[in-house]
Design a protein. Structure first.
Length: 317
């Protein structure tokens, strides 16, 4: 059944949880197929059996068997087994067994019309304070980060819509939204979670393959819902560490005159992930980090002043 679903458009799953989710979907489709064939056959039978005929005599005794009752009971039992034996355990594992934050990569995602905002805690492992009152789209502060907060100074915020993950490591996402309801959906990861205003909802998964795939919004969220998409980029662990450190240094430098070469290299990293060449992507991420460190030295030696506007951002990394 799973092979039929894939031929029908279901993408391969690239998380450790994909197999159990695909198993549930397979059994659901098997049940639906049985019901479709069974009720369809019965419907055709009744059309033929009770079609209009001349000189029909009524049967006062009616039906004496209980086949329909037995079939309905069998369907109910099958559905109970499917829910209790398959669906509930899979769901419970996803919502209750959230990994220890110290052993997983924790990312905060804030949805907005019509973008995804990702934030990483930085080297200190602590997220900085945010406040709705500090949201300033013109100043590129889409999540209301308090830049005066000590813990916010090293928070890493990639370009809107770009999520970076290490392969074979638990990922915990804390999901919320600053406006309407959205739905975070990565089909190849078998990940789908609604974003509700005022609520931070954790969910987790473990990517098992490097590459780059699309993030969609699966909830109608406004007149430009169709453009609300992002990208998830899964790196090797070394490539991910180098990439995120390079981003951190770029934010610290905050001057495109010194970081444009680094940003160009980071863009190439994504290009190679899209081509499923994780080795080359890792190599370029390491190179980008060395470029970023050199750019930092160059800026310090130039005597340039720090600028806290955070407005020198590339648009493809």
């Amino acid at each position: 059944m799973l092979e039929l679903l894939r031929r029908g458009g279901l993408p391969d799953g690239f998380t450790a949880q994909s197999q159990s989710i695909d198993s549930v979907m397979s059994w659901v489709h098997i049940l639906m197929l049985i019901l479709f064939v069974g009720w369809g056959t019965f419907f055709i039978y009744t059309l033929i059996k009770f079609r209009k005929k001349p000189n029909v005599s009524a049967d006062s005794k009616g039906m004496k068997n209980h086949y329909s009752t037995y079939s309905e009971a069998a369907v109910a039992i099958f559905e109970i087994i499917l829910l209790v034996g398959f669906s509930f355990p899979v769901w419970a594992n996803r919502v209750e067994n959230v990994p220890d934050p110290s052993k997983s990569e924790v990312i905060k995602v804030v949805a907005q019309q019509f973008k995804w905002n990702m934030r990483y805690p930085g080297e200190d492992g602590v997220f900085g304070r945010t406040s709705p009152d500090l949201i300033d789209d013109q100043g590129l502060n889409f999540i209301g980060l308090d830049r005066k907060d000590t813990f916010a100074s090293d928070d890493i915020i990639p370009t809107q819509g770009h999520m970076h993950l290490p392969v074979n490591k638990d990922i915990t996402i804390e999901m919320t939204t600053r406006d309407v309801i959205h739905s975070f959906f990565i089909p190849v990861m078998r990940v789908k979670q609604d974003a509700i205003p005022g609520i931070s909802i954790p969910f987790w998964f473990t990517p098992t393959k490097t590459g780059s795939w699309e993030i969609a919004c699966a909830q109608l969220c406004g007149n430009s819902h169709y453009i609300m998409k992002g990208y998830v980029h899964v790196h090797t662990q070394k490539g991910f560490d180098s990439y995120m450190k390079a981003l951190s240094v770029i934010q610290e430098i905050d001057d495109y005159d010194f970081t444009y070469e680094v940003e160009a290299t980071l863009s190439q990293v994504i290009d190679f992930l899209k081509k499923d060449d994780s080795s080359k992507a890792e190599e370029l991420a390491v190179f980008a980090l060395s470029q970023a460190e050199q750019a930092k030295i160059d800026k310090e030696s130039s005597g340039g002043d720090d600028d806290d506007t955070w407005d020198d951002w590339g648009d493809d990394w």
